[in-house]
Design a protein around this ligand. Structure first.
Ligand code: RNT
Ligand code: ZN
Length: 419
């Protein structure tokens, strides 16, 4: 069978379930997914010397980490050339690019420190998302930023947040696409707190002060990301699930952001997506793969990833859910890590688009639960691979086996020469 015949065969098989695979492919081409810059350099950034802090950690020492903006951009380009679909680029404030000899602290960052990123994004027709960086910095006092009892510390970080709102608005204006600005801090305690309310009240006030910076709500989409615990912050996190969700629910224009590594291991973000869609017009996601903890392994085409995509697609919510990847593995080729993760989420979206949502819903509503189970099991062996390959072909890309040769070549010619 030729490749076209194979796709035709798959199209017919799906057609019998009421799914139009051509339409699925066309829809996927429109869905923006935000690619995190920080996989390329182990969340280091360009504005500090010290270690990665905030309760997160990269593990591994695979050669070839990007050390400069030029290297990171070149690596991103290589990765982008191997990914299908519509992309945004997700930056952290710590990736500011300074002139030679210039150093500006985080409370004083300006749009001009990101001009090169804007040019990069515009040339590639990508939108930009942004994150204030509340970690890896010497003004974090006793592990705290926005919830610190020290007013000078708290003020510094509030000013950082406000600066980031201004930069986010600049990104949106320049790219013509809204900028999702995510607030996450590692604020918390290793051991049992003497006060759980105080830090949260200060955290709440700090985010309110950040959001008091004027901005156009159609251009900047501020989010609050919750977390259950971090390394060295095991007993208490100020920005817990209830805190972040309640904050977003009570502050118009602020979105809840769920990172699927930030819950107890048996809690599923796939189930939380439709719960939040009942109450929020828009929500945001960090898509990652937690292995036993918030380990931020590379996203794969696994069951929970597919389930999350299903909840977005079958609820017609792809333009209500801002999707961003968030993982960092320093133990494997970093370009490959980007590509595998991005392709996995694309596969999950396409697989969801090829799932007969209406039929499954009807079976449930008619209480035909035996057939619901049978049908869902049958679908697992449908010829999805042929639809995926057709999508790649239409995007002008090689299928999964061939792209890795290009990564290998780049590794030999570029990455291994970085010493
Ligand atoms: C950390 C959070 C956060 C970071 C990035 C780098 O646990 O997930 O989103 O991963 O901001
Ligand atoms: Zn995250």
């Amino acid at each position: 069978m030729t490749t076209t015949e194979k796709y035709q065969y798959a199209k017919e098989a799906y057609g019998k379930t009421g799914v139009d695979t051509d339409a699925a492919i066309e829809t996927l081409k429109k869905i923006p997914v935000s690619l995190h810059c920080w996989q390329g350099d182990d969340v280091t950034g360009f504005d500090h010397e010290g270690p990665l802090t905030g309760g997160i950690q990269t593990t591994g020492d695979y050669p070839g980490r990007a050390r400069t903006p030029e290297e990171l951009m070149a690596d991103l380009d290589k990765a982008l050339s191997l990914m299908p679909g519509r992309k945004k680029l997700n930056l952290h404030a710590s990736y500011a690019i300074f002139e030679k000899g210039e150093h500006v602290d985080r409370d004083k960052l300006e749009p001009r420190h990101f001009e090169k990123w804007v040019a990069f994004a515009k040339e590639r027709n990508m939108g930009l998302d942004f994150n204030p960086t509340f970690f890896s910095h010497d003004k974090i006092k006793d592990g705290l930023t926005l919830s610190s009892p020290d007013e000078a510390t708290r003020k510094f970080w509030i000013e950082h947040g406000k600066a980031c709102i201004r930069i986010s608005e600049y990104f949106a204006k320049e790219t013509g696409m809204p900028c999702v600005m995510n607030i996450w801090t590692g604020d918390g305690m290793k051991d049992i707190p003497g006060d759980r309310l105080g830090p949260r009240m200060r955290y709440k006030d700090s985010i309110e002060q950040i959001l008091s910076e004027p901005f156009d709500k159609s251009l900047v989409k501020p989010c609050v990301e919750s977390k259950v615990f971090g390394i060295g912050v095991e007993s208490y996190t100020a920005g817990s699930g209830e805190f972040a969700l309640s904050f977003a629910a009570t502050h118009k224009g602020c979105l809840p952001l769920m990172d699927n590594g930030h819950y107890h291991p048996t809690e599923m973000v796939s189930d939380k997506i439709p719960a939040l869609l009942c109450f929020f017009q828009e929500i945001a996601l960090h898509i990652t793969r937690p292995v036993r903890w918030d380990s931020d392994h590379v996203v794969l085409f696994d069951d929970e990833t597919k389930e999350m995509a299903k909840e977005i697609i079958r609820n017609d919510a792809w333009n209500r859910v801002y999707m961003a990847l968030d993982y960092f593995d320093a133990g494997i080729n970093r370009i490959s890590a980007w590509v595998v993760g991005f392709r996995s989420w694309q596969k999950a979206l396409l697989s969801a688009l090829c799932t007969p949502g209406k039929m499954l819903k009807q079976l449930q509503d008619d209480n035909r639960l035996t057939e619901l189970m049978v049908m869902q099991e049958e679908l697992k062996t449908y010829p999805f691979g042929e639809v995926w390959k057709e999508y790649l072909r239409q995007c002008g890309l090689d299928d999964d086996l061939k792209w890795f040769d290009q990564v290998k070549e780049y590794e030999n010619e570029v990455l291994l020469k970085r010493v």
